[in-house]
Design a protein around this ligand. Structure first.
Ligand code: AMP
Length: 281
């Protein structure tokens, strides 16, 4: 079922809810790949009804970012969603999400100050606002997000908790290519040469995670990792950091769950990735 407007969406979800069915929302920006489909598959296992949204949200792109060239392929996406057993594909237009006079924003402090937030001013405000709207429109029991966008997952979890929105936010581990590259809609921008270099990002993060869980402090492995990425051709490396898995505060020694996170450009393409670090035993 394809839906483009709030009223028919609410009719569908109200019917499911009245029958006691558990609804799972998976928000996306389309250009779907196997990583998105892993979210859909997980949604099927935890709910009775799955709603996937596709909305390329203009407010989360900066003025110099790739909003206008962001990949869009609605027909292919709808075929993939049908194959994934999704009950409703929700594709609101910009005028549905941002009607004339729209003037409300959800701003999450501290969690958004570092990492991607430092390089993408306004990005997480756009994300938190659109996710709040999607959750209010669909009324899901659970909304699923990929750990691939780890800061986004933390920001959304915090915003929904702070605003008492009755939804459970859950993260799903990152799906990767065999060589470690995290699946991303933006990977299709990469030239063959860049694609060959791209897995280095995950290799560097994994190496740092190994050193940290063996008890090393972060500074040395992080400096080596930045040098390694720059030597491989990443420019600029916007950040490479070790952060607490919940608060995203910088961490020097890992004594509770942490995350190694990075963002770096390969040519014109901005890649992000992160891996978990378990405290050593
Ligand atoms: P996007 O369309 O890029 O906004 O992504 C939609 C959702 O899919 C977000 O929650 C992402 O974190 C998630 N996602 C993107 N890539 C992956 C991946 N490789 N593995 C798991 N989830 C992903």
């Amino acid at each position: 079922m394809r839906l483009d407007a709030v009223a028919p969406l609410r009719t569908a979800t109200a019917g499911w809810r009245a029958r006691g069915e558990r609804i799972v929302l998976v928000p996306t920006m389309g250009a779907l790949h196997a990583g998105h489909l892993a979210l859909m598959a997980h949604a099927r296992t935890i709910g009775d009804r799955v709603v996937a949204s596709i909305f390329v949200n203009p407010t989360q792109f900066g003025p110099t970012e790739d909003f206008s060239r962001y990949p869009r392929d609605v027909e292919a996406d709808l075929a993939l969603l049908a194959g994934a057993g999704v009950d409703a594909a929700y594709l609101p237009g910009v005028e549905t999400m941002y009607p004339p006079g729209f003037s409300t924003r959800i701003e999450v402090a501290d969690l958004t100050e570092g990492l991607c937030g430092a390089f993408r001013p306004g990005h997480f405000t756009g994300v938190a606002t659109v996710v709040a709207k999607l959750v209010n429109q669909v009324g899901p029991d659970v909304a699923l997000f990929g750990e691939k966008d780890y800061q986004q997952l933390r920001v959304i979890t915090r915003a929904m908790r702070d605003l008492d929105v009755p939804v459970e936010i859950r993260g799903v581990p990152t799906l990767r290519e065999a060589d470690g590259l995290a699946l991303s809609s933006r990977n299709r921008y990469l030239t063959p040469q860049e694609r060959a270099v791209a897995p280095r990002l995950n290799a560097v993060l994994s190496r740092i995670a190994g050193a940290l869980s063996a008890g090393e402090p972060a500074t040395g492995p992080v400096a080596e990792g930045i040098a390694d990425l720059e030597a491989a051709g990443f420019a600029p490396v916007q950040y490479l950091a070790v952060c607490d898995a919940d608060t995203l505060a910088p961490v020097e020694r890992v004594v509770r769950p942490a995350r190694v996170l990075a963002a770096a450009y390969l040519g014109r393409t901005r890649l992000i990735d992160n891996v978990p670090v378990a405290p050593g035993t």
